[in-house]
Design a protein around this ligand. Structure first.
Ligand code: ATR
Length: 283
């Protein structure tokens, strides 16, 4: 469909980005609310990133989502970074307003909104275990800590990242028992209420579960941020043990809804965006 001169442009910036599901949900939302806007994919090579960002000022772009591998790098290329994005150290949403770039991070909010509103899980006072210590983990852990869980144990393959995240959380939050686990066993999952996989393990068909069956139990909610497959091996094992499970599609939806609100000032049409996402995953 041709784009009119008045059509506002939005999009997702990444490399690679062509498999992003975000265009489906945002274009469905623009259509439903009769907003003259289009959401595209901007797959930009690392060497072209600075040039691309400079070109935005003169373009019709009103907002961007930022994905792998640019969430950290764009922080240095925009004018204002919100408090939560600064704390997370990454930007996933940019609003372009009168030539100024404002950076936000809606990942942690998206995770927490899905957890609370749809899964009806309140992390306050709970025993929580997180696997992974990359950008997604940082966002998830910071928002979980805002709710004051009792204990938060983290394990990551690269232990130096576990330690860095552990210190960051310990500095910013009091009265939470933090554990920098050096093995899955040390996480003490058998005593946990919530287990979150923030790593990319599970995205490929042949990926195994990082957590063995013996650690899973029926009183656990297992949340896997992976959303390109309906059920990762981890979720299959957990479900077989009687645990409640969720993939990451809900987090993708809620972070998208939060971005939509930042860009347009309007409440995002949840059901329409969710239906569009579910159709897109099946493609
Ligand atoms: P994101 O923004 O999605 O979090 P990231 O910052 O690159 O992306 O983090 C990826 C996470 O997945 C990290 O915790 C990474 O572990 P390492 O820090 O040890 O690399 C984790 N990860 C990726 N592949 C993994 C694997 N095969 N086994 C275990 N962890 C893995």
């Amino acid at each position: 469909m041709a784009t009119k001169k008045t059509t506002q442009l939005y999009g997702v910036l990444g490399y690679p980005a062509k498999h992003s599901l975000s265009p489906y949900m945002h274009n469905a939302a623009f259509k439903a609310l009769k907003i003259d806007a289009k959401y595209k994919i901007f797959e930009v090579e690392p060497s072209e990133l600075s040039k691309f960002m400079s070109s935005l000022v003169k373009s019709k772009i009103h907002g961007l989502n930022v994905t792998v591998p640019y969430k950290q790098r764009v922080c240095g290329l925009i004018d204002k970074v919100s408090a939560e994005a600064q704390l997370i150290g990454a930007v996933n949403t940019i609003k372009v307003s009168r030539g100024e770039f404002q950076g936000y991070n809606t990942d942690g909010q998206g995770f927490l909104d899905h957890l609370r509103h749809d899964l009806k899980f309140d992390p306050a006072g709970k025993n929580i275990v997180v696997i992974g210590a990359g950008g997604a983990s940082r966002a998830v852990c910071l928002y979980l800590c805002e709710t004051k869980p009792k204990r938060l144990a983290i394990f990551n393959r690269d232990r130096s990242k576990t330690i860095t995240l552990f210190h960051h959380l310990n500095t910013n939050f009091s009265r939470i028992e933090f554990v920098a686990a050096s093995s899955i066993e040390q996480l003490d999952i058998l005593k946990a209420d919530l287990l979150v996989n923030t790593t990319s393990v599970g995205m490929k068909e042949q990926d195994l579960s990082l957590v063995e069956e013996q650690y899973l139990h029926k009183d656990l909610l297992v949340y896997d941020l992976v959303y390109n497959v309906a059920q990762t091996k981890l979720l299959k094992l957990a479900e077989a043990k009687g645990a409640r499970v969720s993939n990451g599609l809900g987090m993708l939806l809620y972070q998208g809804m939060a971005s939509f609100k930042i860009w347009t000032g309007r409440s995002a049409p949840k059901e329409i965006m969710y239906e569009a996402l579910k159709r897109a995953v099946g493609k």
